[in-house]
Design a protein around this ligand. Sequence first.
Ligand code: GEK
Length: 246
Amino acid sequence: MASGEDRLFAAPRDPLVKFTFDEQVAGVFQDMIERSVPGYATTLGMIGVLAARYARPGSICYDLGCSLGAATLAMHRHLKSGDISIVAVDNSPAMIERAAKLDTGERDVRWLCRDIRDVPIERAAVVVLNFTLQFINPADRGALLKRIYQGMNPAGILILSEKIMFGDAEENARQIDWYHAFKAANGYSEMEIAQKRTALENVLIPETPETHHRRLAEAGFATSRVWFQCFNFISIIAEKADAEVG
Ligand code: GEK
């Protein structure tokens, strides 16, 4: 996937202009997410591993908020059976237009430019929300998770990766400080970090791990476990049923 270098926040900008997934962002998105989300490559790799572990012939994998399709590509590459389709959804035309050009061979991959809150979920083996739920209005998150739960096969899983906040203010400040050190080490200036943070206020709304676990339980999921954490970024696996490991 070709990507320009993310310098979108390098020059002074109007603090009232909010972050959107437009043409400019899509053009540098791969570089942006790799340098801004600690562990992003690990989440993609494990999404592939887990898709291969849980998806059965005839089932469907969903990549909700697919951006440029990185998680879809990871699943496609790991899935052994050709008889597993993938539905990849994003409401940014600039993202979907680029993602739809990915080479996914003979596999049935449907690229939908839609709001994930309206997309039907059925026969789902693996549902991926890789850093997407954080952009959904918190008031809509519960209903979306319930629909995902209802559309999943009994042995299905949801992979939910999120930027989080911590209930303890000191802990929260420490983790954000470490996170900003990560961004600085990846070449972002103080101004870029500060301006991006302002642009994301009320656009990316992080919640605590406790809130995520509670909402998943309320949606019906039997289990939810953090399998990955780096600073204020986590990834959770939620199982529809508490299956025995054997
Ligand atoms: C990855 N998962 O590379 N409906 C559809 N798409 C949405 C909605 C919505 N309501 N709201 C936001 N999006 C990807 C990375 S990025 C994460 C996901 C980030 C889309 C939005 O257009 C964007 O492409 C994506 O969710 C979030 O594994 O930028 O931090």
